[in-house]
Design a protein around this ligand. Structure first.
Ligand code: AMP
Ligand code: MG
Length: 401
C-alpha cells in the first residue's frame, strides 16, 4: 500500500471497470417499482389524447362568453359530444373531451343557468380551463430513458402511455462474505470470550435489498487461507459481484488479499476517507470483487460511497447524481486530518435552515453512530469547522434506498 488515495480517484477507477452485467426481462408494470429500465419508453400516443375540460362547467366559444347561450348537450368524462353550434354551450365535466367548435370552459362557479340558458360572469379567452391535447406527452416523446430506476410516479407515467409491462434488468446477484474468526451469527448462541456478533452481513443485506439487488449470502468465513479461497471461489461462481468485509488490513490474519490475488487480480488502496481506510478492488475468477474494511461504520460508509455507485453501474443504472445539500454545522471540528471525514450527523430543521448535529462518538467501530444519524457531513481534509459553518451533507435515505 502506498499513499492515501482520494475518494474521487478510487471511484473513477472502480467505475471505469464497471460495465452493465445483467440481462433484461419483461415484468408486469405493477411489479416494476425499484427495477431498472432496460429500454427507452417511447410514447405512441398524445396524452391527453384530445383537448379536454380541466373543470366542471360549460364548454363554449370564448368570443361568445358575454352572450346568453342555450345549453344544447351534456358531456360527462368518457362520453363524446357533438359539434357545438355557434351561439350555444355544452354542460361539461372534468376530463370530458371538448366538443368540436368549443375553445374554452367556463367554471361552474362563475356561471348561472336559467331555463336552459347559460350566463357567464367575466370574459373568457380561448384555452381557458382546457387541457390541450398532448400537454403532458406527445406521440414520439421518450418519456423515460433506459437506466432509470422506476419510481411509483414512473409506473403511473408508463401506464398513461398504455404499457402493461416493461423491460428491466435482472436484479444483480451480490455475494457477501463476512471474514473473521471472532464472528458469531446472531441466533447461534451466546458469544464466547473474544467473539462478537456478525453485524456487517445484516447491514450489507439491507443495503443490497434497498438497491433491489439479491444478496447471495456466503456466511462467515474463517481467517484461514483455504477457507477464504473456497468461499471466494463459490461466491464468484454464484454472483455478479463479490463483496467481503474484514481481512484486508495489514495483519497476518488478513487472508483476503492473498487469496484474491491467487484467484484473480487485486488493487489495495488506503482510501483518504474516515471512517473506512482499507479498500480492495479487483476480480475473482472474472467476477468483480470489492473488499470492504471490517469495522461496521467503515463498512457502511465505504459501501455507500464506493460499492453503491459501482453496483448501480453494473446493474445498468444511468441517472444523474443526487443534488448536493448543505447544512449549518452544530459542532466544531479542529483541523480534520489527511482524510476526508464523513461525520455521522442528524439534520434538524431550524429557523436558519438545516442544522447538522453530530453523533458524539465517531469511532469507526461504533455502529450506533450510523443508526442514530440521518446524514453524513463531509469534512474535507485539513479543514477546521466552527459551529454555524456551512458543510456539505449526504442524506442517508438517498444512499440506502
Ligand atoms: P479486520 O479488518 O478483519 O481486522 O476487522 C476490523 C474490525 O472490524 C475488527 O474489530 C473486527 O472484529 C470487526 N469486524 C470485522 N468483521 C465484522 C463483522 N462482520 N461484524 C462486526 N464486526 C466486524
Ligand atoms: Mg478480521
Amino acid at each position: 500500500m502506498s499513499a492515501l488515495l482520494p475518494l474521487e480517484q478510487a471511484l473513477q477507477r472502480v467505475l471505469a471497470a464497471a460495465s452493465p452485467a445483467a440481462a433484461s426481462e419483461e415484468v408486469p408494470l405493477l411489479q416494476a417499482r425499484g427495477r431498472v429500465l432496460a429500454q427507452d419508453l417511447v410514447s405512441t400516443l398524445d396524452v391527453p389524447a384530445a383537448d379536454n375540460s380541466a373543470m366542471d362547467g360549460y364548454a363554449l366559444r370564448a368570443a361568445e362568453s358575454g352572450q346568453a347561450l342555450p345549453i344544447t348537450q351534456r358531456i360527462a368524462a368518457g362520453s363524446v359530444g357533438t359539434a357545438l353550434a355557434p351561439g350555444s354551450a355544452a354542460r361539461i365535466f372534468t376530463g370530458a373531451d371538448l366538443p368540436p367548435g368549443a375553445d374554452a370552459v367556463a367554471m361552474q362557479e362563475n356561471c348561472s343557468e336559467q331555463d336552459g340558458v347559460l350566463r357567464v360572469q367575466g370574459a373568457l379567452a380561448p384555452g381557458d380551463n382546457v387541457r390541450p391535447r398532448g400537454q403532458d406527452i406527445q406521440r414520439g416523446d421518450r418519456v423515460l430513458r433506459a437506466g432509470r430506476v422506476l419510481r411509483p410516479q414512473d409506473m403511473g407515467l408508463a401506464a398513461s402511455i398504455g404499457l402493461a409491462s416493461v423491460a428491466v434488468y435482472r436484479p444483480l446477484r451480490v455475494a457477501v462474505l463476512s471474514t473473521g474468526d471472532e464472528l458469531l451469527e446472531p441466533g447461534a448462541g451466546e458469544p464466547a470470550a473474544g467473539q462478537l456478533y456478525n453485524s456487517n452481513r445484516y447491514t450489507l443485506a439491507g443495503l443490497l435489498d434497498g438497491l433491489g439487488m439479491h444478496c447471495v449470502d456466503g456466511g462467515i468465513v474463517p481467517d484461514d487461507p483455504q477457507a477464504t479461497a473456497g468461499a471466494l471461489r463459490t461466491a464468484a461462481e454464484a454472483a455478479d459481484c463479490v463483496i467481503t468485509t474484514g481481512g484486508v488490513s495489514v495483519g497476518e490474519e488478513d487472508h483476503v488479499k492473498a487469496q484474491v490475488q491467487r484467484l484473480g487480480r487485486l488493487d489495495l488502496w488506503k482510501l483518504a476517507i474516515k471512517p473506512g481506510k482499507p479498500l480492495a478492488f479487483g476480480e475473482v475468477l472474472g467476477t468483480p470483487f470489492l473488499g470492504l474494511p471490517g469495522n461496521p461504520s467503515s463498512v457502511f460508509v465505504t459501501f455507500c460511497l464506493v460499492a453503491r455507485p459501482f453496483l448501480l453501474k453494473l446493474q445498468g443504472v444511468d441517472e444523474p447524481a443526487a443534488p448536493r445539500l448543505t447544512a449549518r454545522a452544530g459542532f466544531a471540528v479542529r483541523r480534520a486530518g489527511g482524510r476526508q471525514d464523513y461525520q455521522r450527523v442528524t439534520l434538524e430543521a431550524g429557523p436558519e435552515g438545516l442544522l447538522a448535529q453530530r453523533f458524539p462518538n465517531q469511532s469507526s467501530g461504533v455502529l450506533s453512530s450510523v443508526s442514530h444519524s440521518n446524514a453524513l457531513a463531509v469534512i474535507p481534509p485539513g479543514t477546521t469547522v466552527a459551529p454555524g459553518d456551512t458543510v456539505e451533507v449526504l442524506l442517508l435515505d438517498l444512499l440506502t434506498g
